[in-house]
Design a protein around this ligand. Structure first.
Ligand SMILES: Cc1cc2nc3c(=O)[nH]c(=O)nc-3n(C[C@H](O)[C@H](O)[C@H](O)COP(=O)(O)OP(=O)(O)OC[C@H]3O[C@@H](n4cnc5c(N)ncnc54)[C@H](O)[C@@H]3O)c2cc1C
Length: 488
């Protein structure tokens, strides 16, 4: 028997959940089915402990604002990510206001975002970054300090026992967030038609659009037919995209990077830190390996993570197969992948170094952030798996660190590849899927009007009207409970 629906979404992570919710908000009559291979929702990258839970708004992540060759700090990417995060906040707020998401503290909390650097060159860079960002309405509230007393007030544990023999500086955005993307995914999918334990094995054009074959937990083959399919399978998206046979898939290869955290086990240490403190990446380190010390809120409990330490595994999913990487290599992406490897030798060397790290070496990196850290307070845990894209551009293979929506020319299939900035910008990414694949519906008065109510900032330039921005932010802050009195 074949099951028919209007939209078939593969993967019950934050991306599939966001698209499912958006579609049902825009047209409550749409039949949306989500297929998930695991027996639980959000058990891969979107699980709380598999990612850092940072509401990426470019407040503190220095990899979004690398210095240019002339020393200036371009901020276009930071502004774009900040704008994308604002869309997410607006969507979640609208759902809270309409009663479709309850108790926002279960998935979002206010946690200040800090960038912290030391050494003359890094301090000079951070100051230039601060000047450029603080001059915009989006980042006007970003504070800057080189004063050890103020730095101590912002992050006492980070300053405890720190030698003051070199310049150091930090920026701080009080309106930073920690997000439990696992809890959010589960809340978004509440009441949706989700088939757990359904692994999609193949798809081909046919019927009203696509015929999708899945295997359920009992090993039974089940067929689905839909005019629109979204591959939101995280690391599992590329293999499925390749199986679809669309020509757009042929420029992609993949490179998995795994991660590990040190998780704090000492309640006193956890309670003494309240911030996400991001540092500068080591030479060769991929952007997602920028070290950070993160206050987290998971199931109502405060937690503290440090990392991620990068690692290497040939799996594309944490619960995937060691053969994933090998199987993704095709005649059309072999050469570009080898080229990308050769051109990113610093990254390869960095990953090898990370894999070979001993516990004592990990403690050394932790102590750059927490000089008084004790090994016995910290436990190593495996984070989620990220699959970076190797894209063929002008005949060469280039390693890409962002996310990328790939869609078929007729808009019947879309897939999400890549990793960063990820979950925080899920709403903007899924709007891009709708723009490409549902253009007529999106332009229709009914959808346009609904979207305007749900996400008023979509398409707006946030820097153009500071008063409007402040008003939007006040609404999200109040609805999502992102308000607290700040210590002076
Ligand atoms: C170490 C680390 C730190 C991160 N930190 C942050 C952060 O601080 N902030 C942030 O915004 N983002 C962060 N990210 C990125 C973020 O976690 C991801 O962008 C996001 O979770 C991806 O969501 P997804 O729905 O695409 O994938 P996933 O959450 O991985 O979901 C994909 C789902 O598809 C299912 N699936 C796979 N194959 C199949 C198949 N064949 N059939 C059916 N189902 C299938 C999987 O089981 C899984 O449930 C981080 C990621 C990592 C790894």
């Amino acid at each position: 028997m074949t099951h028919r629906c209007d939209a078939l979404l593969v993967g019950a992570g934050i991306m599939g959940a966001t698209l499912a919710k958006l579609l049902r908000q825009l047209d409550p009559d749409l039949q949306v089915v989500v297929l998930e291979r695991l027996p639980a929702l959000a058990a891969e990258s979107s699980a709380a402990m598999n990612n850092a839970g940072t509401g990426h708004a470019a407040n503190c992540e220095l990899n979004y604002t690398p210095a240019a060759a002339d020393g200036s700090v371009p901020i276009a990417k930071a502004l774009a990510i900040n704008g994308a995060f604002e869309l997410s906040l607006q969507f979640w707020s609208a759902l809270v206001e309409s009663g479709q998401l309850q108790d926002p503290a279960r998935f979002i909390r206010l946690v200040p975002h800090l960038s912290f650097v030391w050494g003359e060159a890094a301090v000079a860079y951070l100051q230039r970054r601060h000047r450029a960002l603080a001059a915009t309405p989006q980042f006007a509230d970003m504070a800057w300090s080189t004063d050890p007393a103020e730095l101590r007030a912002w992050m006492p544990l980070v300053m405890d026992g720190r030698a003051l023999d070199q310049p150091m500086a930090a920026t701080r955005v009080a309106r930073g967030t920690d997000i439990n993307f696992g809890a959010l995914t589960r809340a978004l999918l509440d009441g949706m038609d989700v088939r757990l334990g359904h692994q999609v094995r193949g798809l081909e054009r046919g019927g009203a659009g696509w015929c999708v074959e899945a295997r359920d937990g009992a090993g039974q083959s089940i067929s689905f037919e839909a005019p629109f399919v979204f591959l939101g399978a995280g690391g599992g998206s590329l293999p499925l995209l390749q199986r679809s046979g669309i020509p757009e898939a042929r420029v992609y290869g993949a490179f998995p990077v795994s991660g590990q955290w040190l998780v704090c086990r000492n309640p006193e240490v956890i309670a003494a830190h309240d911030a996400k403190v991001y540092g500068k990446a080591a030479v060769g380190a991929p952007p997602m390996s920028v070290p950070h010390l993160d206050t987290r809120w998971i199931d109502g409990q405060r937690a503290l993570l440090f990392g991620p330490y990068a690692g290497f595994s040939t799996r594309f999913l944490k619960s995937g197969s060691l053969l994933d990487l090998g199987r993704s290599v095709k005649p059309y992406n072999l050469l570009p992948s080898l080229q990308a490897g050769a051109e990113n030798f610093d990254l390869v060397r960095y990953l090898v170094g990370q894999v070979l790290q001993t516990p004592a070496q990990r403690l050394v990196s932790l102590r750059q952030f927490l000089p008084q850290a004790r090994a016995e307070d910290w436990q190593l845990a495996v984070a989620g798996q990220r699959v970076q894209i190797i894209k063929q551009l002008q005949g060469r293979g280039c390693l890409q660190m962002g996310t990328e929506v790939v869609s078929s020319a007729d808009g019947s299939l879309a897939a999400l590849l890549g990793a960063s900035p990820g979950a925080s910008t899920a709403v903007e990414i899924m709007l891009e899927v709708l723009r490409r694949c549902w253009p007529e519906r999106l332009a229709s008065p009914a959808w346009a009007e609904r979207l305007q109510r749900l996400i008023p900032a979509w398409g707006a330039d946030l820097g153009r009207d500071p008063e409007q921005l402040a008003q939007w932010r006040r609404r999200s802050d109040q609805t999502l409970g992102l308000i607290r009195s700040e210590p002076k």
